[in-house]
Design a protein. Structure first.
Length: 163
């Protein structure tokens, strides 16, 4: 099948397929006489495997190592399991941070609601300026938790070795 069809069936872009090929996690497609990339039917299964791995937080670098080991006849089962265990620990830590952030934000909103209820309409309360004075969480934890929501969007942080 051509790259456009594979991409459509897998729910990715043709650029994604090319990136997977460059990283070596999707075998190089053969070229047709007119230069189109032509993939075998099993390429769809490989792309779906990659997408599922990414959905669980594995990095492309990790998936590449796992697939390379498998290709070399060395089943990576324990390495895959260890990586999944690390991912679960990361998710649990993020959930804890998010719970703390949620609690802090709820208390902040209660405080702001009290201020608004006691104020005159259109009175400037400077609510944003109170953010830096919130003491519910240590500042570094609050910023990390906020970054988990806004920056990572619940995806895994990349370490420098996995980039």
């Amino acid at each position: 099948m051509r790259s456009g069809e594979l991409a459509r069936r897998a729910g990715v872009s043709p650029d994604t397929l090319r990136a997977y090929e460059r990283r070596g996690i999707l075998p190089q497609a053969r070229r047709s006489a007119n230069g189109y990339r032509m993939y075998p039917p099993e390429a769809l299964e490989r792309v779906e495997l990659i997408q599922a791995g990414l959905a669980f937080g594995f990095t492309l670098a990790e998936l590449g190592r796992f697939l390379d080991a498998r290709r070399a006849g060395q089943p990576p089962c324990r390495e895959v399991r260890d990586a999944a265990k690390r991912r679960l620990a990361e998710i649990e830590a993020a959930l804890k941070e998010l719970g703390q952030l949620r609690e802090s934000l709820a208390k902040l909103l209660e405080s702001w609601d009290r201020q608004i209820d006691r104020s005159a309409p259109r009175e400037a309360l400077r609510l944003l300026e109170t953010l830096s004075r919130v003491e519910t969480l240590p500042r570094s934890e609050a910023r990390r938790a906020g970054a988990a929501v806004l920056g990572r969007r619940f995806s895994r942080k990349k370490s420098t070795e996995e980039s």
